[in-house]
Design a protein around this ligand. Structure first.
Ligand code: GLN
Length: 497
């Protein structure tokens, strides 16, 4: 049965539809795999054996009764533990929400259930999605299946590790500054941040609401597209949800043709000159090879300058913490979540309970960002910090708009380095922030991006990122599928176990 865990979601879906395998068999195979390897990977914070098998049995019964079912019906999936699920805890990777069971499903989860995908469990993440390594989880780091001494990336590291480690064919992640694409790159998997507003955020615990997006994680571009179609589309429960048709991403993923496509390589993100020095030589080498292959396949490659991108990290680390400080104010120990009374106080005030609960419930990185955001928003500093960052955000959006007047998609490495060793960057938050240099501009501008594996450097996966105009997510899938075919990056099983 282990063979079932090696299959893509598209293959599994076909086998299920043909009656060659049941959803209970496919789901059980993944649960067995989780039992076998998750002690090493720590990708899951909660595994729902009963719920997943019950959902699988339901799909099998409906199929047996001759019901026509959605494409992915019966294919199991893992869900980042930032996304609300009834019947399963949702912790956001924080002590603040330990054991909390949401009273409602996120829209994306409701759509998974309606499409018949059994939910295997909830995956590990940096606390409230803040981090690039998963080391900020209150429940211990997830580990990279390629080398368990290394980080799987973050914040959706558990989802990436689960998919790379064959614990799940599909997973949901969230991407506020790169948290789907960067772990995709670190684990040799495919990760998509859809257009802002393309996928509902209703029932997704907020980090920075103007940047957050839910997206698919998978081992192939086609699998990501199949999942994208399940979760995307207008939701009246999310006021930022775009009321427009979902781009034809599956069709684009099946096409995968770059002949005649104009691809802009971003000068400021490692393409040439000074910016290239911040990238590992092995990452640059794989990237240059990928660009050469795209050119051979008929793409027109040009270098494009996006001068404001160099200010992306600085702007992000003002906008994001400002929104974090506002969003996380709801964890006040009064309504839900952790509630502690200070030991030394008798008949403590609400403020004392709040302070004690937040002190114990939030980790250092979350506290750092709340303090930073509160400071940036305080009167007297608001214009200098938050206001300036918003102006930079506009400049970055203008850089994208100008670039997309001349090219169809943009291309860069997904991250400057491959997966680092656990603990290597923990002492220096700034070093970790710099790892998001390539992914952050897309969140600030609301445009979609995909990370696709492009080979190995010293045995560790490297990713490249395509970016497209808002609501042109199909272009990512077309270009991504073409690149995937041209590069044929080795799979984990060929290299490791
Ligand atoms: N690594 C970035 C951060 O720490 C992005 C996080 C995310 O996308 N959720 O903020």
């Amino acid at each position: 049965m282990t063979e079932l865990t090696r299959r893509t979601a598209a293959d599994l879906a076909e086998a299920l539809a043909a009656g060659d395998v049941t959803s209970v068999e496919a789901t059980q195979a993944h649960l067995d795999r989780i039992a076998e390897v998750d002690g090493d990977l720590n990708a899951f914070l909660h595994v729902d054996v009963e719920g997943a098998l019950a959902a699988a049995a339901d799909v099998d019964a409906r199929r047996a009764a001759g019901e026509s079912l959605p494409t992915l019906a019966g294919v199991p999936i893992a869900v980042k533990d930032l996304i609300n699920t009834t019947g399963q805890p949702t912790t956001a990777g924080s002590k603040m929400l330990e054991g909390w069971i949401p009273p409602y499903d996120a829209t994306v989860v409701a759509r998974l259930r309606a499409a018949g995908l059994p939910i295997l469990g909830k995956t590990n993440l940096d606390e409230f999605a803040m981090g690039s390594s998963n080391e900020h989880s209150a429940y211990g780091p997830a580990r990279n299946p390629w080398d368990t001494a290394r980080i799987p990336g973050g914040s959706s590291g558990g989802s990436a590790a689960a998919v790379a480690g064959y614990e799940a064919p599909l997973a949901l992640g969230t991407d506020t500054g790169g948290s789907i694409r960067q772990p995709g790159a670190m684990t040799g998997t495919v990760g998509v941040k859809p257009t802002y507003g393309g996928v509902s955020r209703y029932g997704v615990i907020a980090m920075a609401s103007s940047l957050d997006q839910v997206g698919p994680m998978a081992r192939t571009v086609l699998d990501a597209a199949l999942l994208h179609e399940v979760i995307a589309g207008h939701d009246p429960m999310d006021s930022t949800s775009v009321d427009a048709p979902v781009p034809s991403v599956v069709e684009a993923a099946r096409r995968g043709d770059v002949a005649g496509l104009k691809i802009g390589v971003i000068r400021e993100l490692g393409a040439s000159g000074e910016s290239a020095s911040g990238f590992a030589p092995g990452v640059r080498a794989r990237f240059d090879e990928a660009v050469a292959k795209l050119a051979e396949a008929g793409a027109e490659i040009v270098e494009v300058s996006c001068p404001s991108f160099v200010h992306g990290i600085a702007a992000y680390y003002l906008v994001m913490p400002s929104e974090v400080s506002s969003n996380l104010a709801r964890f006040d120990a009064m309504r839900y979540g952790l509630r502690l009374a200070p030991e030394d106080a008798r008949g403590p005030s609400a403020e004392q309970v709040m302070a004690a609960s937040r002190d114990a419930g939030f980790g250092d990185e979350v506290k750092r960002r709340i303090i930073l955001g509160t400071y940036a928003l305080s009167s007297g500093y608001y214009d200098a910090y938050y206001g300036s960052a918003q102006k930079v955000r506009t400049l970055i959006a203008r850089d994208f708009a100008a670039a997309f007047e001349t090219v169809d998609v943009l291309l860069s490495p997904t991250a400057p380095h491959t997966a680092w060793k656990l603990g290597e960057k923990s002492a220096d938050p700034l070093a970790m922030y710099l790892e998001d240099v390539c992914t952050i501009p897309a969140n600030l501008a609301g445009v979609p991006g995909v990370s696709v594996p492009i080979g190995l450097d010293d045995g560790l996966p490297v990713g490249a990122q395509f970016l497209a105009p808002a609501m042109a997510d199909d272009r990512l899938y077309n270009a991504g599928a073409a690149l995937e075919r041209l590069v044929s990056a080795p799979a984990l099983e060929e290299v490791v176990r």
